[in-house]
Design a protein around this ligand. Structure first.
Ligand SMILES: O=C(O)CCC(=O)C(=O)O
Ligand SMILES: [Fe+2]
Length: 394
């Protein structure tokens, strides 16, 4: 075992000792949620090093899409992601391709809820029925994978290159999702409240609009520079003359909820950084979803949104965990059939490369932790409570 792995283990154990017998994902989740911001970023760096070394040793490396580098576009997306946490990729699917996707979905049933696992009680039904009673509904993962064009885009060399460079190692693609949001059922769903996503130490969300989207039918809203300590510090230093500023730790883990007294203060601090991504069907954007974001609640019409998540490991709390990967035969001709792609898509496409899929599916536990001695008695407290504890002890 390399020194790096040893030292990472030590760092992790320092904090984990108090949390006897949590299984590895809970430990990682705890570290992600409860570490002081500086510690979290330090852990993140080390985690990336360990994962990328491990993958290299297993022959999994992403080739660089050099043609895009030459015209500087990839570099500028990367820079925007690092500085702002969001970058717009422009139109990536043509109107004809969008029509083909809609034609495919025309015969596919949906389930109430923005993700299938988070779905309301009830079965599969046509969209026309679902929209009468649900604010959101989602398609089966296999119907999404079978749809034309989306899988190819998720696997396109420059998306793989860009996500690899941002994450620091070839990504694990997880939770591809395709869902409608409607305006005719009152109320607001959790993802329509400003929030952070907690799917890994470092992760990205790729979004593609499949209908034209304006603010009133659910444009994605993002607070730029809320995704990293460094960029939060920039926002704070720009506002240094204002009274009653929150601390950078407070900002780093800030969660909005309707009752938070700090919401207004935060929104005004990030006023210059707020973007609502309006765009045509076929437009894509990438965000670091640790940064504060939401989908605007719809006031008219509807929205069809595709997302895929790119992370450093299969985190175990993603929406596809209880779903079986689709058989490889159905997609083999559509994306390269090599080690890299088998690894990247192992959560959604069955792989005949089972050794790699197996040994890396639980990458963190294989690398970082001894298996827990006893079944965990530890109940993870709610994130809100963890964060409250964090603030009261800092
Ligand atoms: O609907 C959107 O634009 C964002 C969705 C989201 O943030 C989430 O599901 O975590
Ligand atoms: Fe989110």
């Amino acid at each position: 075992m390399s020194l790096e792995i040893e030292s990472l283990k030590r760092m992790l154990h320092e904090e984990v000792d108090q949390l006897e017998n949590m299984d590895v994902r809970k430990r990682l989740q705890y570290l992600m949620v409860c570490s002081a911001p500086e510690k979290r970023e330090q852990l993140q760096e080390r985690f990336v090093e360990v994962v990328s070394r491990y993958l290299k040793e297993h022959g999994i490396e992403a080739p660089q899409a050099t043609d895009l580098n030459q015209d500087g576009r990839l570099e500028s997306h990367l820079q925007a992601l690092r500085e702002d946490g969001i970058t717009r990729l422009g139109p990536v699917l043509s109107p004809q391709e969008i029509d083909e996707i809609h034609r495919h979905l025309g015969s596919c049933p949906v389930h109430g809820g923005g993700t299938v696992n988070a779905g309301a009680e009830g079965g599969w039904e046509p969209v026309a029925e679902a929209k009468k009673k649900h604010r959101e509904c989602s398609y089966k993962m296999e119907d999404l994978i079978d749809a034309p064009h989306l899988l190819e885009f998720m696997a396109s060399p420059w998306v793989v290159d860009l996500t690899t460079r941002y994450l620091g190692a070839p990504p694990s693609v997880f939770s591809p999702n395709l869902f409608w949001s409607f305006s005719n059922v009152p109320g607001v769903s959790p993802s329509q409240e400003i929030h952070r996503d907690w799917d890994g130490f470092r992760h990205l969300a790729l979004f593609i609009y499949l209908v034209d989207v304006k603010q009133e039918n659910g444009a994605h809203q993002y607070l730029r520079k809320s995704h990293s300590l460094k960029s939060i510090e920039k926002v704070l230093s720009r506002a240094k003359d204002k009274k009653g500023l929150p601390s950078k730790s407070e900002l780093f883990y800030y969660q909005f909820d309707q009752k938070s007294p700090g919401n207004e203060r935060l929104l005004s601090l990030f006023a210059e950084e707020e973007v609502s991504v309006e765009g045509r069907a076929g437009e894509a954007f990438l965000v670091d979803p640790f940064g504060l974001h939401r989908g605007h609640p719809l006031i008219k019409d509807e929205r069809l949104l595709f997302w895929a998540r790119y992370s450093l490991y299969h985190n175990g709390n993603s929406i596809d965990v209880s779903r079986r990967p689709v058989p490889a035969e159905t997609v083999r001709h559509r994306i390269p059939n090599d080690r890299l792609h088998k690894y990247m898509f192992r959560t959604c496409i069955e792989s005949d490369f089972s050794q790699v899929a197996e040994s890396t599916l639980h990458l963190p536990s294989a690398l970082l932790m001894d298996p827990p001695a006893r079944v965990s008695q530890f109940q993870k407290p709610s994130r809100r409570k963890l964060i409250r504890n964090f603030f009261s002890s800092s």
